[in-house]
Design a protein around this ligand. Structure first.
Ligand code: PEP
Ligand code: MN
Length: 479
């Protein structure tokens, strides 16, 4: 048997933001005009970062807590963000559902919740086939708004869309920051905390009980003179951004060096603009951060050990996710961890498992056992969406609420039986009242799907179904 406790497989080859270019790449986009791509990427490389390295370090520290069982991770958002979702209402709705879900989880689990939105950059999509057939015509598949258009007439990959993706991400991040700074997440703020149109009486009652008890407790703290700092800390929350880092030219353009000495300093303010000129940085004196988002992940289709994506990911300081599906061998999983986490940092890697409710029992135990034989301490996170996608008789891609819950509860139980812990969930959801997944307290059926089916890609849990899930998870951990 091999000794997995050290990291013999970790690569010692030098890394650079472009070393991925020497590796085989999957899901690559072929542009008609490579020079135009080069010019766009060069422009993105001159633009300001979207997030800061101290924010990323803060998330790293929080994910360490998650990996060690002191916090829970909630990651969620659209399958594919569209440039059109960059509007105040859509952003507020998504923020609101994530905040409300996290409140339910915090209350039920009595643990802090780390919130990461699939937002402000979740544009690129891996596809099972580069082509699709629409009305008998074979055309290029939609690859996400940063590549081509959902409109079948505009499927040519257009490099200018990368620039547009940058500005839509910037605008989205800016609005999230503005909302949080203006007190959107303050528990007294009805816009964020009211249940809106949720009809289900049980959800309304249970949720309102939590909010009332929380506001009562806060009122009590004010009366007894709890310090201002304690209370003002409750007026806002951390919300991190994330996306699948699929288009490596773009990711590379936003990968910036930070001198290790500056990074280590705790006295820096979060927004201190300190991106020094590249030429002045010796490679061994700096850390590289992907400043397009706080957290990035590798999809199930691009996680080859010798591939370009794993090569890129191993060199950035950001905490990273890896999707883990039925095709992942246990040994391969250990190798991925060795490459991405050579220093055995708890929480450096989040394993986002996505097998399907019917398959999780066949794969998760071996994956957990293989990792337990190593010194890696990843965050184990369940994505109960991607292994449970089906096609309704109407042709709509859908997911059943029951299958989603079943994968989550199986995951919790399997981890617990093996002395491990499920520490997070990764969900495709929206704050809107779409009809894309079946079931939940609204009991949506296949025949309801056409009523408000909006997704360009995978089906998302709607607002009410998302809250349903949060209550269900909180209850499993309570019991
Ligand atoms: C996704 O998260 O939208 C996705 C494509 O997932 P996976 O890589 O797990 O298939
Ligand atoms: Mn998806």
């Amino acid at each position: 048997m091999t000794d997995c406790s050290s990291s013999p497989a970790a690569t010692t080859a030098p890394w650079a933001p472009d070393s991925w270019k020497d590796k085989p790449i999957k899901q690559d986009v072929v542009y008609d005009d490579p020079q135009e791509l080069e010019a766009v990427v060069a422009r993105v490389a001159t633009l300001p970062p979207l997030v800061s390295s101290p924010e990323i370090d803060r998330l790293r520290a929080q994910l360490k807590d998650v990996a060690e069982g002191r916090a829970f991770l909630l990651q969620g958002g659209d399958c594919a963000e569209s440039f059109d979702y960059c509007n105040p209402a859509a952003i507020e709705d998504k923020l609101k559902v994530l905040l409300q879900m996290s409140l339910v989880l915090i209350w039920g689990m009595r643990l802090p919740v780390v919130r990461i939105a699939r937002m402000a950059g979740q544009y690129a999509k891996p596809r099972s086939s580069p082509y699709e057939t629409i009305n008998g015509e074979k055309i290029l598949s939609y690859r996400g708004d940063n590549v081509n258009s959902i409109d079948p007439a505009c499927r040519r990959p257009d490099p200018q869309r990368l620039l547009s993706a940058y500005f839509h991400s910037a605008s989205t991040v800016n609005y999230v920051r503005l909302l949080l700074a203006a007190g959107f997440a303050d528990i007294h703020q009805p816009k964020a905390w009211d249940l809106g149109h949720v009809r289900n009486k049980d959800i309304r009652r249970e949720y309102q009980t939590i909010v009332n008890r929380l506001t009562d407790s806060l009122g009590f703290m004010e009366v007894i003179g709890a310090t201002d700092t304690t209370l003002s800390a409750l007026n806002t929350v951390d919300l991190y951004t994330s996306h699948e880092a699929l288009l490596l030219d773009y990711e590379q353009a936003l990968t910036r060096p930070m001198p290790k000495t500056l990074v280590a300093s705790t006295s820096r303010k979060p927004y201190e603009p300190s991106t020094p000129p590249r030429e002045s940085l010796a490679p061994d004196l700096c850390d590289w951060y992907n400043l397009s988002a706080h957290f990035i992940w590798i999809g199930d289709r691009t996680r080859q050990l010798d591939g370009a994506h794993v090569e890129y990911f191993r060199g950035v300081k950001n905490p990273v996710g890896v999707k883990v599906g039925p095709s992942m061998e246990a040994e391969e999983l250990v190798r991925v961890l060795d490459i991405l986490d050579p220093l055995f940092e708890p929480g450096r890697v989040t394993l986002i498992t996505r097998y399907g409710a019917g398959k999780i029992g066949d794969f998760l135990p071996a994956h957990i056992k293989a990792v337990q034989k190593t010194n890696h301490k990843p965050v184990w996170c369940c994505d109960p969406c991607h292994g449970n996608t089906t096609t309704a008789p109407s042709g709509h891609k859908t997911r059943s609420f029951d299958a989603i819950i079943s994968e989550i509860t199986s995951s919790i139980a399997i981890h617990s039986d093996l002395g491990s812990r499920l520490s997070g969930v990764h969900l495709e959801l929206t704050g809107e009242h779409v009809t894309e997944c079946t079931g939940g307290s609204q009991e949506l059926s296949h025949s309801d799907l056409p009523n408000n089916y909006q997704t360009f890609c995978d089906p998302r849990l709607n607002y009410e179904q998302s809250l349903d899930i949060a209550f269900k998870i909180a209850k499993v951990y309570e019991s």
